[in-house]
Design a protein around this ligand. Structure first.
Ligand SMILES: [Zn+2]
Length: 477
């Protein structure tokens, strides 16, 4: 393989460049002619389809149904909830013309769909019997950020799910939190092998328009934190702005209670950054388009025999996404490198001597470990190994998070850790915005989460007063 095909920088030495090269050269994604907008190639789109498939199945189990609302939002609707519009205004892309004709009212390209969905909710919800109303849509959104775009992690257009649910009581709305958090935890950990800290966002960092936001926080290998899936409880704010009311059992008119929640293509970027290495991608088996690649090793005189055996094994492994790389004129060594670059979890090598011994050489992508496996036992071996690879990736990602988690003894210590080591720093906080802002000013890091699991809450790291929470401070992506 030529230098240009492989990765030319080390992950530890230049993470940002390594990340871009890994994505482009493994042919996961490519840049487009629209700045900040990414093209997902088949291997990447397959990953997204798996995230959708697993998530959607869980949504349906709890009674969430899929819908589709328009891409465009009339300006007056977008403006209806004040905090919400303030949160999104700078990033909204507008449609102003149709052909040569200027539109009477500007149309926003959805940055999120609350304001296009809720007028319909207001119409459809009449009585307590119309709830819970639990809808979701799988779509794209546009947020025209001016920060430097990074594939998957920050792009102007991205794919996600938007859950928008309505309940008759606050209690029911709040009860949904655990259900959704569990679904996202299952997807991130059991499908993508990504660990998270789950917690509340501060008032300052919560979603525009929400009463509170619960978010998953991930740790990138370079010590920066990045936010993953989230759940927002909106209370009655949107219900009041969009007149979503109903007659309760006593025939009294009440405002409804709402939640929203999302997981996006950003998770693909987090997954790549955590598991991949200097040779290229390392894919968790559940999202790998090819799980097992069989590379036959032959000369012209035994080509047909070796290929025949390789096909037989491919058939045996039909429960897995298996393919034989039968390209002529490409050396086995080149093929090995290419499949390593593309992150295929398991490679099987088979040549004439292996056929004689009824065996194959098996190579794991995650550890690079080689072993000899008997052909008659191969299906079971592969099944176990795919599970083992997933567990290993998750364990390694947990270690990355642990290694980047620090405890600050005092304020100077916090500043020093952020400056020299980055990562997440555990501190206590009084809950005052003044201290939150001072921390950000002095460290350029922010309070990323108030973890659901609170521990050792004592004195505020900033002002020294009695603390309300233990929190994590980190530089973010
Ligand atoms: Zn304080």
């Amino acid at each position: 393989m030529s230098e240009e095909l492989g990765i030319t920088v080390k992950k530890k030495e230049n993470f940002d460049e390594w990340y871009i090269q890994t994505i482009l050269r493994s042919e996961l994604a490519d840049y487009s002619d629209v700045s900040g907008c990414l093209i997902l190639r088949p291997d990447a789109y397959f990953i997204w389809e798996q995230i959708q498939k697993y998530t959607d199945k869980e949504f349906k189990k709890v009674g969430i149904k899929n819908v589709y609302f328009p891409l465009f939002i009339p300006e007056k609707l977008l403006n209806r909830e004040k905090e919400h519009v303030e949160g999104f205004n700078p990033e909204v892309a507008w449609v102003t013309y149709a052909g040569e004709r200027e539109l009477d009212e500007r149309l926003a390209v959805r940055p999120t769909s609350e304001t296009i969905m809720y007028p319909s909710y207001s119409k459809w919800i009449r009585s307590w019997r119309d709830m819970p109303l639990r809808f979701n849509q799988w779509n794209n959104v546009v947020r025209w950020e001016f920060k430097h775009a990074v594939p998957f992690l920050r792009t102007r257009e991205f794919l996600w799910n938007e859950g928008h649910t309505v309940f008759a009581t606050e209690k029911e709305a709040l009860a949904e939190q655990e259900e959704i958090v569990n679904i996202y935890k299952n997807i991130t950990e059991n499908v993508l092998a990504i660990p998270s800290i789950i917690g509340n966002k501060t008032e300052k960092e919560k979603f525009a328009g929400a009463v509170f936001t619960i978010a998953f926080e991930h740790m990138l290998p370079d010590g920066r934190a990045i936010q993953g899936p989230d759940f927002h409880h909106d209370g009655q704010k949107f219900a009041k702005a969009f007149d979503i009311t109903f007659l309760d059992k006593k025939k009294e008119r009440k405002y409804a209670w709402q939640n929203t929640f999302a997981i996006s293509t950003r998770e693909i970027g987090v997954m790549i950054s955590l598991h991949s290495d200097d040779k290229g991608l390392v894919l968790p088996p559940k999202v790998a388009l090819t799980q097992v690649v069989i590379v036959p090793i032959y000369k012209t005189e035994n080509r047909n025999d070796v290929l025949k055996e390789a096909r037989k094994i491919e058939n045996t492994l039909s429960d897995f996404r298996t393919q034989v790389d039968d390209r002529d004129g490409v050396s086995p060594g080149f093929k090995f490198n290419e499949w390593e670059l593309k992150g295929v979890p398991i490679r099987l090598e088979i040549g004439p001597k292996d056929i004689e011994k009824k065996q194959v050489v098996l190579v794991r992508r995650d550890t690079g470990k080689k072993s000899i496996v008997k052909i008659n036992n191969i299906s079971k071996e592969i099944e176990n190994l795919l599970d083992g690879i997933h567990s290993n990736l998750l364990e390694n990602a947990k270690k990355i998070m642990e290694n980047h988690t620090h405890i600050a003894k005092n304020y100077d210590d916090l500043k020093e850790i952020i400056k020299t080591k980055m990562g997440m720093v555990k501190v206590c906080w009084c809950g005052e915005k003044k201290c939150e802002e001072k921390i950000k000013e002095d460290t350029t890091a922010k309070i990323i989460t108030i973890p659901l699991k609170q521990e050792n809450v004592n004195k505020c790291i900033c002002c020294g007063k009695k603390a309300k929470y233990s929190v994590l401070v980190a530089k973010t992506y």
